[in-house]
Design a protein around this ligand. Sequence first.
Ligand code: CP
Length: 307
Amino acid sequence: MAHVRHLISIDDLTDTDLHALVARGAAFSAGGAGRPAPLTGAVVGVYFSKTSTRTRTAFSSGALRLGGQIVSYGPGDLQLNTGETSEDTGRVMSRMLDVLVARTAGDPAEMRAWAAQDRMAVVNAMSAEEHPTQALTDLTTLYRRFGRIEGLRVLYVGEGNNTASALALALTRFPGATLELRTPPGYGLAPYYRERAAEQAARYGATFRERHDMDEPPADQDVVYTTRWQTTGSSKPDADWRDVFAPFQVTAALWDTSPKAVFMHDLPAHRGDEVTAEVLDGPASIAFAQAENKMHSAMAVLEWCRT
Ligand code: CP
């Protein structure tokens, strides 16, 4: 039986794991990983209780390319809907599946309950608080583009959502890296992630900052990153939230002081909201290469979680 490893949070990864997953994702992306088939004979469950274009396709396509087979579940399919416990769901699925890739609206505790067994690997394909496979994709994309992550300067503009949480946990583990978040007031990073990122930055020699305005954005950035204003599976409590978010739209003006920056976006995008079409579809954008890297990074994760 293969050794099983779960990926519920970036916190679950050792530094060695994190570096290896990024390097392996980049190797798949560059076409230099050969044609391994570590999932031959394995069955991967793909359960998405929330909408997805990229992550669901990335893990489904990635599993098939690695020789596995998939079973897909939509939001209405599992007896979780009728009150079966997460623990019982995990116990049953682990007797039939080798990997479960799941997106939920819940907190990580639900996935931890599924992972309370040692037969089936559980991969968080986005939960309310964290999107760890997005962060691995993002680091893979940075590594492909710059050949390193250490020392990179990343300006993240937008909601402190699950993409931002995972990115903060991951990027602050690279010496010399700088992550500056500009998040709308009231929509910042959740306290655990802010405190953890600050603590890691101090420990690893990285820099982490968060502000709630767009005054004097930092110059000479390597990356400007944004995310859509309406995070999948969430809603805004205040009716006037668009007024709060408006100053945080990413426009070409940011490139006046960071002319060499690449633009990244986890997608899906809403042109005219979080970013102008000029930026998203412009020469600095690597957002669609980043989207493709979701599959390459998913393959690295699927290979790793059964090694
Ligand atoms: N970035 C991302 O997670 O995309 P999907 O919601 O389409 O999976």
